[in-house]
Structures are given as structure tokens and as C-alpha cells.
Design a protein around this ligand. Structure first.
Ligand SMILES: [Ca+2]
Length: 508
């Protein structure tokens, strides 16, 4: 067999390597498909060339889309880090798994794609940011065993957003420290995994912590974007710290840096002869408001926060160059990937197999996708938990107490006119509200799961100890007022109404 030389990494970060495919082409052709599941952090759907953004440079992802299907309407059901990751990997809403807040630990009993692909005889690998283990984020060693949820090969940390000082763990509690740009490090390790894992089908997750804030990237990428020349979205508000032009330029630079690395990863897949039989999926845990609606970060019901990249290439089953407007959301990822691989979907999984929508055998997906956020986040001005429903035409969100937002996305794609109090839309609103509440009942969601204390950005629940549930944290916080001050007082003073939040914090 011919030896192949592949891959010289950018800036020499990835050394040239010699590769010898371990399986013959005939073996590759008849074997079950491999999966490379790529998750970026906070990469909104609008920040892609193939989604119509003329400023951003994402040539490798655009090419991936042109060789597969671009799911234009892909959404994060719980648009914040840990919940979104748990939803993607378990195929269940967070109200079922309990992963309702950032930095809780996903229960060891939860079954993930790692477990399901392992059971199907796959080699499973997890490389990158994990963020499902709860507790202190640093240094972030997740020991082998149930806390790795079925992933056999491990090169990961829990959560680190210092992109120029990195480390990861293998199977012992010794960090492997690298002064290597974060996306380069994970890509290098992912390519190593590809070289080593060809004797059986593999399921590899590669999870980048960028382009999440801080909005920085290596200088060569920062130089690509002139902040003053970027086209702002119509709903963008000037002078919102964390959502300014310079932030967006830095964010785009991070996206392009990852795109460059993905180019290397995709080339490795091709060079190894794996392209036809490997499903490559690219997505993100959630988006980033970046000044749209005058808002920053995530957890919000607006498009910039909930809508994520949805690109899937699988030459054997997905015709090249498809674009679909079918609704697709994270809860359906797991069942859909299993479906594409011809593997059974567990009956207990709430998500459904949308693989026929991806391949084009079916033209429409679910009638609606749903959203759940359970508590406030003071720093980004989110007042309380909310639930939402998105159809092809409408987005509706409500607080426990009542309606909050209604947009007609056909007329108003930038969500500039809230129709929630418009009498002409009252029947639309009522219908969506009924559907939303019915859905909550069906999946076992309840407003009782909400909390009012800012556990994710006040005295953060992850600072000292690991918790599986929010009530467990609140009990601990009451007993430890020196470590987590103010819980008791807050809970006495703050019922769950967003209006009361405003009374205390101002109405910005
Ligand atoms: Ca995140």
C-alpha cells in the first residue's frame, strides 16, 4: 500500500506525518460509517459564509456545506454551554436529564452517544472541551469511567477559555500543558486520533472552546478583519460592551482560525480515504448576541443566541449541495446520527431521527422546535427563566407569569417588532402558547424547575463543589453563607417574576 504524506499544520503547529491506512478500500466501503462530530463554542449560525455572511471567511465550512447538507434552521434547545452539550450527547431535553444549569454534573447514569456507539462496537473518542463534569472548571480532570460517558479515547479538559495557554488530560491526573493555540491543539490531537483509529469504525467528537469570548485569535486572523468595515446586523445596537464592532471582528477572527484548522482535519479525512464513509457534522452549543437587540452572550430567545451552524456531510447518503429550511435542533442530533449510521435509537430518547430530512428523503422536519432556560443571568441582563417555541414562521417566548416575545420571522427576520401585545396576533399567540405548554407537559418540563437566585453568575455554583441539581446547590449555599453569600436573603426578597427582578436591578 502506498504511503501518504499529509498535513503540514499552519505555523508548523502540526508536523508533517506519514500515514498508512490500516484498512483496504474494499473493507472501508463495506464497513459502518465513521462519525466526526465537531462542536464549536458560541458560534452563531449567522457567522458563516454559506449562511450569507459576506464579511466572514469560512471557506472550509462553506465547502463542507457544498459537499453535504446545510441545515439553515438548526437550533439550540437550551442555548447555554453545559445544558446544550448534554442535550446533544444524550438526545434528551435537560428537564429530563437534570442538566438545567451550567456546571452541574451530568449524572453518571445518563446514556450518551459515547455509550451507544461503544455498544455498537465503535471506537469512541472525545477531544476538546468537555464541560459536563460539574464543579471547579480547573484543572478539569475527568477520570476514566462513567464520568466519561462511554468515550474510550480521551484528550480533554473541562473548560478553559485562555486560548494561548492550554492543557489536556489523558487517563491520569497529570495535565499535559501546551502553549499552543487552542484550536490547533485539539485539531492536532484529532488528526492523531484519525491515524490511530482506523482498525474499526470510530465516533469522534472534537470540541473547540473558541470562538467564545474573549474575542481573540492569533494575529494573522485578527488582521483579516477591519472592525469599521464590517456589516452590522439590522438589529445591532451600538456601544454595548461585549457586542461592539471590535468584539465582532475578534469573534470572526476566532471563527476563521477554527475554519483553517477544520481544513486540516477535513484534509486528513480525505487523505486517509475516509471521506465517503465518514459523517462529518459541524455545529455549536449555542450562538452569541454580540450586540444584537442590545444584548450580549447567550441564554436568550433571539435568533443570534438560539440558531447554530448545522452542516452535515456524508457522501454515501447525503447528496452534495443540499440546503434545507427544515427545523432541526440539538435534541434530535443523537437520534439523527444514530439513524444515519443505521444504529437503533433507544426508545427512551426524546429526540427523533431526522436523517431522512438530511438525505432529502423527507422534505420537512418537526413542526416546531422548543426552548427552555431556567433562571436569570445578571451579567447579560436575563431576568428570569423562560420557555419558547419556534415554528417556520414564528418565535414565541414566555415567562412563567405570561407572554414575553412574539415575532413573525417571515415579515421580520431580525425580530425588530415584538407582536406579543398586538391584537391582530392574539390568536397566533394563544395557539403557540397552548402548544408550548402542551409540549412542556409531554416532555416532563415544569416551571417548578426554575430558580431565581443568580447561581450561574453570582456566587457561581461551580466555584467550590460539584452538584447534580440546583436545589442541592441552594441548600449547600444556605449552609455556607461565607462561600456563597446572599442566597437566603435573595430567595426571601425575589419571587420568580421578571418584573421584580427589574425593580431590583433596573430595566435595561
Ligand atoms: Ca458555550
Amino acid at each position: 500500500m502506498k504511503r501518504r504524506t499529509v498535513l503540514k499544520g499552519i505555523g508548523g503547529a502540526i508536523a508533517a506525518a506519514t500515514v498508512q491506512p490500516k484498512r483496504s478500500l474494499a473493507e472501508l466501503a463495506s464497513s459502518p460509517p465513521n462519525v466526526v462530530f465537531v462542536i464549536a463554542d458560541q458560534w452563531r449560525a449567522q457567522a458563516l459564509g454559506c449562511m450569507g455572511n459576506a464579511d466572514i471567511r469560512t471557506p472550509n465550512l462553506d465547502k463542507l456545506a457544498s459537499e453535504g447538507v446545510l441545515m439553515r434552521h438548526t437550533f439550540a434547545n437550551t442555548p447555554v454551554c453545559c445544558p446544550a452539550r448534554s442535550c446533544m450527547l444524550t438526545g434528551n431535553y435537560v428537564s429530563k436529564t437534570g442538566m438545567v444549569a451550567n456546571d452541574l454534573r451530568l449524572r453518571e447514569s445518563e446514556i450518551t452517544l459515547g455509550d451507544l456507539f461503544s455498544k455498537a462496537g465503535y471506537s469512541t473518542g472525545y477531544i476538546g472541551k468537555w464541560h459536563l463534569d460539574g464543579g471547579p472548571r480547573l484543572p478539569g480532570f475527568v477520570p476514566p469511567g462513567r464520568r466519561r460517558h462511554g468515550f474510550q479515547h480521551w484528550a480533554a479538559n473541562e473548560c478553559n477559555h485562555n486560548y494561548f495557554y492550554n492543557w489536556y488530560f489523558r487517563d491520569d491526573n497529570v495535565p499535559i500543558v501546551k502553549e499552543e493555540y487552542e484550536p490547533e491543539m485539539w485539531t492536532r490531537l484529532a488528526i492523531e486520533f484519525l491515524y490511530e483509529s482506523q482498525d474499526k469504525p470510530f465516533f469522534l467528537t472534537v470540541s473547540y472552546a473558541a470562538p467564545h469570548d474573549p474575542y481573540v485569535a492569533p494575529e494573522k486572523y485578527m488582521k483579516m478583519y477591519d472592525a469599521e468595515k464590517l456589516k452590522m446586523r439590522e438589529n445591532w445596537v451600538e456601544d454595548v460592551p461585549h457586542g461592539e464592532r471590535k468584539d465582532i471582528a475578534g469573534y470572526y477572527a476566532g471563527c476563521t482560525a477554527i475554519d483553517d484548522q477544520l481544513g486540516l482535519l477535513f484534509r486528513a479525512i480525505e487523505e486517509l480515504g475516509l471521506k465517503d464513509n465518514t459523517i462529518v457534522m459541524f455545529t455549536s452549543d449555542h450562538g452569541d448576541m454580540l450586540g444584537s437587540q442590545g444584548m450580549i452572550l447567550k441564554r436568550k430567545p433571539w435568533e443570534e443566541s438560539i440558531r447554530v451552524p448545522g452542516i452535515i456531510r456524508y457522501p454515501r447518503r447525503i447528496p452534495a449541495g443540499r440546503e434545507s429550511d427544515a427545523l432541526f435542533s440539538q435534541v434530535d442530533y443523537a437520534a439523527t446520527l444514530l439513524g444515519l449510521c443505521g444504529l437503533p435509537v433507544p426508545g427512551s430518547m426524546q429526540g427523533t431521527d431526522q436523517s431522512e430530512v438530511l438525505t432529502g428523503a423527507k422534505s420537512s422536519g418537526p413542526e416546531a422546535v422548543h426552548f427552555q432556560i431556567f433562571g436569570p443571568y445578571e451579567h447579560s441582563k436575563l431576568k428570569a427563566g423562560w420557555r419558547g417555541i419556534r415554528t417556520e414562521q414564528y418565535m414565541y417566548a414566555r415567562w412563567q407569569k405570561g407572554a414575553w416575545l412574539l415575532y413573525d420571522l417571515k415579515q421580520d427576520p431580525y425580530e425588530m417588532r415584538n407582536l406579543v401585545s398586538d391584537p391582530a396576533y392574539s390568536s397566533v399567540k394563544d395557539d403557540l402558547d397552548t402548544r408550548l405548554q402542551k409540549w412542556m407537559q409531554e416532555i416532563g418540563d415544569s416551571w417548578e424547575m426554575n430558580w431565581t437566585f443568580p447561581i450561574e453568575d453570582g456566587p457561581e455554583l461551580w466555584s467550590y463543589k460539584t452538584f447534580y441539581t440546583v436545589p442541592e446547590y441552594l441548600e449547600w449555599a444556605k449552609r455556607n453563607p461565607n462561600l456563597a453569600p446572599g442566597v437566603e436573603e435573595w430567595l426571601t426578597k425575589h419571587p420568580s417574576d421578571p418584573e421584580d427582578w427589574v425593580a431590583v436591578h433596573g430595566s435595561s
